[in-house]
Design a protein around this ligand. Structure first.
Ligand code: IVH
Length: 704
């Protein structure tokens, strides 16, 4: 129906239309931003917004408090482009106690083969609570800025980064290629100003400076970023055409010479005691710094040692973040709810009287598991002096950074007289199946598998999520809708939606919220994902303990789906070559390995995987760039004592060169590196006629 021209609207009609537009546009915003599931096209959105503005221009006094014109940052324009990081952006492993720091030092010494008397120097600097950004300069000119994203691929925020005054456009004397990494943050004063301005114009206010910084950097319209006072500290680097320096400290000094802001509280520490002293110094200054920090980061100062230490799957071995203790508050626990997750785990959630903890309103907190509620740890020892947690209790809540808030303590003096211990359910509240707790497992799990609606839905939400199949227009909401309709029961069904209901197109387009175009787009988006990368497929299966980075490691190790699948089946006896090979992957432990093997050898789950894979064209995984490596693809066994490096280092280096490191010698082994004291493995290698090298021979071989 054609809309009446704005000039002809009566005041009455204008008021009604503004109300309707506010409702429609706010629903559209929610669908787009919160649910990741747009309901109207970008063009329609823009048209409605323009009409709203035109009516407001004619009747300024009718402009609403919640006018869509004032909703910043939610216009569904084109999303950000993606940028692949030349070198992955890592996160940091965490330490919480002083003892973790001495352990860190000890384990590095062990890895590097250093004695207690050898020097091992660190830098210590504040951990800025913002968001990381990678800036690429070529010949001194800022070319690209990208957020961390998933570490491998981030969002292109170049235009926005150019608006930040701490980030130079042009630098002198820099290497040809220079990637500077650091933290974007907002100062306390600027945060307070921004919220005051937002409030004055009826816009959105932010919960804390980090959210404000993230919301401001990730603006599709860089003009908005320009109006937000963001700052930047440089503390690391990515790709370099030549090294910056020989030490971390000197490299940071060079970044400062290039006119980056670097943190003035960065210090050299010669040992763990000095580190802890610097930690306390920073902690006492925390409240007066004028920006949020959430801990202190320690890094090995010598860059040659950093290179020897290298990386685990997502974190460097040569650095650690020492977090400040979490922030606390007391409130009432109103109710304990049980949620059923993707793997059937029954998770108790505390519903709280809302309370502000460190600037964020908290109304839910995790209660972990039934033992935690009962006041016991996993081994049955008392926690909180054995105090249990009950509905109606007065509880202490704490949060640290992004972590889900937790209930830490109970005040028994405030416990209501009529309160009863919480009875943890032994049947699934979602499907009524038995909820079973296996020996040695802290978690009770629903045994319903895919017949449990909560498990099935959560599994499929995971399946379509961003790091898994990432099907455009297919988010949590669509999973729920199609599941409720009985259209999908497992991931494989997504790929037969069109055939089974189609004229799926016919049926879908007649449903509320769907039109011919959106239905067509959905089926196209599904078809596009039939061809898919191996790590995504592995991750999408939602196997317990197998996260995104483990999926990448597995994909890299096995290369193809058939090889991966065969290996998981062959590893079933949980000893033998396939099992050893699985455990030889740095980053795969026994718990994850068990979980993988169970998934591929439990018939219902396996059948569901097979049904899915039949619809897919799974791409071979990217192998590490091992061009020219003499050991790429070779299987290597280390045995006996190594004198020039530790076993862990030898393994990590061999893997970085594309070799597989195995624990046992077989006909499939290519090279055996035998140090003094090598016994039966060396003999077996000799019997099999394999290539045997001593440590020096190995080093020469890989250098060549
Ligand atoms: S170094 C390869 N130094 O903390 C190591 N990170 O929890 C790269 N962060 O993703 C990180 N202050 O966003 C480093 N002084 C600092 C930092 C810092 C804040 C952030 C960074 C990182 C996260 C890990």
């Amino acid at each position: 129906m054609a809309e009446p021209a704005v000039e002809t609207l009566s005041e009455e009609a204008a008021r009604a239309e503004l109300a309707a537009l506010a409702e429609t546009l706010s629903q559209a915003n929610r669908a787009y931003h919160t649910d990741d599931a747009p309901e109207i096209s970008d063009a329609d959105y823009d048209r409605l917004k323009q009409r709203n503005a035109a009516i407001e221009a004619r009747f300024p006094h009718l402009k609403r408090e919640d006018s869509p014109s004032d909703q910043v940052g939610s216009a569904p324009a084109e999303g950000f482009g993606k940028i692949r990081h030349a070198q992955r952006m890592m996160s940091l492993s965490n330490a919480f106690e002083d003892a973790d720091i001495t352990d860190f030092d000890t384990s590095l010494r062990r890895y590097l083969g250093l004695s207690e008397d050898d020097a091992l120097t660190y830098t210590a600097e504040p951990k800025i609570d913002g968001l990381s950004l990678s800036l690429r300069y070529e010949n001194g000119k800022l070319m690209q800025a990208a957020t961390r994203g998933n570490g491998s691929e981030g969002e292109n925020v170049t235009a926005n980064a150019r608006t930040i005054t701490d980030i130079p456009e042009q630098i002198d004397g820099a290497p040809e290629v220079l990637e500077v990494r650091g933290e974007v943050y907002m100062s306390h004063a600027d945060f307070a100003d921004l919220n005051a301005r937002q409030e004055a114009r009826g816009g959105k206010t932010f919960a804390n400076p980090r959210n404000a910084a993230a919301g401001s950097l990730r603006q599709l319209d860089a003009r908005i970023t320009r109006d937000r006072p963001l700052r930047f500290f440089a503390y690391a680097w990515g790709e370099l055409s030549e090294p910056l320096a020989e030490t971390q400290m000197a490299a940071i000094a060079r970044l400062k010479d290039f006119r980056f802001e670097t943190n003035p509280l960065t210090a050299i520490c010669e040992n763990p005691d000095a580190i802890l002293a610097h930690y306390r110094k920073i902690e006492t200054q925390r409240a007066t710094l004028g920006y949020d920090i959430d801990g202190v980061v320690y890094k090995v100062n010598d860059l040659a040692l950093q290179a020897r230490l290298g990386f685990r799957s997502t974190t460097p071995r040569w650095a650690i973040a020492h977090k400040f203790p979490a922030e606390l508050a007391w409130t009432r626990l109103e109710k304990i709810d049980i949620q059923v997750g993707r793997t059937g785990a029954l998770s108790p959630v505390a519903r709280l009287t809302p309370v502000t903890v460190g600037g964020v309103v908290v109304s839910n907190a995790t209660l972990h598991n039934e033992d935690y509620i009962a006041g016991r740890d996993n081994e049955g020892n008392p926690i909180r002096d054995g105090k249990d947690i009950r509905e109606g209790d007065w509880v202490q809540v704490y949060r640290a950074g992004d972590v889900i808030p937790k209930v830490a303590d109970v005040d028994l003096s405030k416990r209501p007289a009529e309160s009863q211990p919480f009875v943890f359910p032994t049947i699934c509240p979602e499907c009524g199946s038995d909820a079973i707790r296996e020996e040695g497992d802290a978690i009770r799990r629903c045994s319903g598998g895919m017949i449990c609606p909560a498990q099935a839905i959560e599994k499929m939400k995971h399946f379509v999520s961003r790091s898994a199949f990432d099907i455009e227009g297919f988010g949590a909401k669509q999973v729920e809708q199609f599941y409720t309709d009985g259209w999908i029961k497992e991931p494989a069904d997504i790929f037969t939606l069109k055939d089974n209901y189609g004229s799926g197109l016919q049926q879908l387009k007649n449903r509320e919220g769907w039109g011919e175009k959106s239905a067509g787009n959905l089926f196209d988006a599904i078809d596009e994902r039939r061809r898919i990368a191996l790590p995504r497929v592995i991750f999408s299966l939602g196997i317990r303990h197998v996260g995104e980075s483990a999926s990448a490691l597995l994909a890299r190790h096995y290369g193809t789906w058939p090889a991966f699948e065969a290996a998981m089946v062959n590893a079933a006896p949980m000893d033998g070559a396939a099992w050893d090979d699985l455990l030889s992957i740095d980053g795969v432990g026994a718990v994850m390995a068990h979980s993988l093997v169970a998934a591929f050898n439990q018939s219902a789950e396996r059948q569901s995987i097979d049904r899915l894979v039949a619809h897919l064209d799974i791409q071979e995984a990217e192998r590490p760039n091992t061009e020219g490596s003499p050991v790429a693809g070779k299987t290597v066994v280390f045995t006996g004592t190594l004198e020039r490096m530790t076993r862990a280092e030898a393994k990590a280096r061999a893997e970085a060169l594309g070799a597989k490191v195995s624990g046992s010698v077989s006909a499939k082994t290519d090279i055996v590196v035998a140090g003094p004291g090598a016994g039966s493995k060396e003999k077996k290698a000799r019997d099999l006629g394999l290539m045997i090298l001593d440590e020096d021979g190995w080093l020469e071989f890989i250098a060549g």
